[in-house]
Ligand binder design. Structure first.
Ligand SMILES: Cc1ncc(COP(=O)(O)O)c(C=O)c1O
Length: 443
């Protein structure tokens, strides 16, 4: 059946201010996605497009899953909304129990939010309040990393490390600092899996401890594998070394798993995959298969109990959102977990490992390709920037891919890949073939 429906193309393009968009360019040449199913999108010109990004790293179980849709409809008919401020409904409690079972012990408690940005700001606030309750109120500095993406709240952009997301917004949070990123093409280009070189990048944290004093540092936040910064993998041993330095200096370690959570790396969490235990994990995206905005901040027993044991009566954490624990979002999350469990999707990436890495590594020697890197099911193919026009080559490759039937995301000159976890081996081959031929066509 044709998906074409010209009534879906809007006449007014001015009322809507689009997020993260070159709006004038888009509106000069608009294109509209009108439906999605499984691994595919359909646009208003009747093109069928492979979804190479799982939405924005979030539709992990593929599009249009009827059981999630039904759970949402069913929940709306039972309880459309009840807030959770000094009030409870069973759906949030039941969902939280299901969620924490998938995350490593002792991360046994979850605070619900509506997005990754809210999860990050929530985690940073929890870290500050935690130290205050422990009688260490001077621990206020928050450390992030260069090239990190932690969403768009003021906390997130302050610990984030992408200049364009920071430079227009004033002084940001005071008292933040950044360790170096770990992308090292000179030593690690075309690494198969985790890069061999670079564990010493973790010593940058020690340098900041020596500079600011451990008594002044509350938390370090890192993406175990950074996504929006261009898919940067942790060198072997690096995350464990960060863990050790944090522990020695009573610094809370926060893993921002908004992308890596819920199966992206072949386990429910990167913490499990890499066997490194943070104190706090931020999540969103795949938690509800992106059907309803939802996020969760997982905290350890130590963090949670610190709040539950404070002497003053009343609210332990003065923080929350109107929609924290929204019943419909919880229903969507429950149905999403059902799919992840019954289809073993958290582990599916492992079964695709050989194909994924073989294909990525086969880009060595392709024109203008300076690196290919990844770990199933995330990847990047980095192109040399044109001297006179950086980012143009990436954009042209993305356009060619679209014309060939794959909607591929490019971040500057980096082609990034994170398909839904339901992707088949033959679809993986098709995706890489489309990218390869597009790269060959673009000078
Ligand atoms: C690591 C990370 N943290 C936070 C966010 C922000 O999530 P959201 O866009 O849901 O606010 C993102 C979004 O891509 C992300 O990749």
């Amino acid at each position: 059946m044709s998906q074409l429906d010209h009534n879906l193309v809007p006449n007014d393009l001015e009322s809507y201010w689009m997020p993260f968009t070159a709006s004038r360019d888009f509106k000069d040449n608009p294109r509209f996605i009108v439906s999605a199913d499984g691994m595919y999108y359909h646009d208003s010109d009747d093109n069928k497009l492979l979804d190479v990004s799982a939405g924005l790293w979030c539709v992990n179980a593929g599009h249009h899953r009827p059981t999630i849709n039904a759970a949402i409809a069913d929940q709306l008919s039972k309880l459309d909304f009840a807030h959770s401020f000094n009030s409870g409904h069973p759906y949030a409690f039941n969902f939280a129990s299901r969620l924490v079972a998938h995350f490593p012990d002792p991360l046994n408690h979850v605070f619900l939010t509506n997005s990754g940005s809210e999860s990050v700001d929530t985690a940073l606030k929890i870290a500050l309040a935690y130290h205050q309750h422990k009688g260490k109120g001077s621990k206020q500095r928050l450390i992030g990393r260069e090239r990190a993406y932690h969403g768009m709240g003021f906390g997130g952009i302050s610990v984030g490390g992408l200049v364009k997301n920071r430079q227009s917004f004033g002084q940001l949070l005071p008292g933040t600092d950044h360790i170096r990123h770990t992308l090292d093409l000179e030593r690690n280009a075309f690494s198969r899996g985790l890069p061999e070189h670079g564990v010493e990048f973790a010593e940058d944290l020690q340098r900041l401890v020596d500079l600011h004093g451990a008594d002044n540092i509350a938390a370090l936040i890192v993406e175990p594998v950074s996504g929006a910064g261009g898919v940067i993998l942790p060198p072997q041993g690096y995350l464990q070394r960060l863990r050790d330095i944090c522990k020695q200096n009573d610094i809370l370690l926060i893993f921002d798993e908004v992308i890596t959570g819920f199966g992206r790396l072949g386990a429910a969490s990167a913490a499990e995959k890499f066997d490194v235990l943070p104190d706090i994990i931020t999540t969103a995206k795949g938690i509800s298969n992106a059907t309803i905005p939802l996020g969760g901040v997982f905290v350890s027993d130590d963090v949670y109990n610190t709040f539950m044991e404070i002497e003053s009566p009343g609210v332990e954490l003065n923080h929350g959102y109107t929609y924290s624990g929204h019943p419909v979002a919880c229903a969507a999350g429950m149905a999403t977990l059902d799919i992840y469990e019954t289809e073993s999707l958290f582990h599916r990436a492992n079964r695709l490992e050989a194909t994924w890495l073989d294909e990525l590594m086969s880009f060595a020697g392709e024109p203008n390709v300076i690196d290919a890197r990844g770990i199933p099911l995330i990847g990047a193919i980095e192109l040399a920037p044109r001297e006179e026009a950086p980012m143009q080559r990436g954009a042209e490759v993305g356009k060619r891919c679209y014309e060939k039937g794959a909607w591929v995301r490019t971040i500057g000159d980096i082609v990034v890949l994170s398909p839904p976890l339901i992707v088949t081996e033959s679809q993986i081959l098709e995706i890489f073939e489309i990218i390869r031929s597009s790269i060959r066509e673009v000078a």
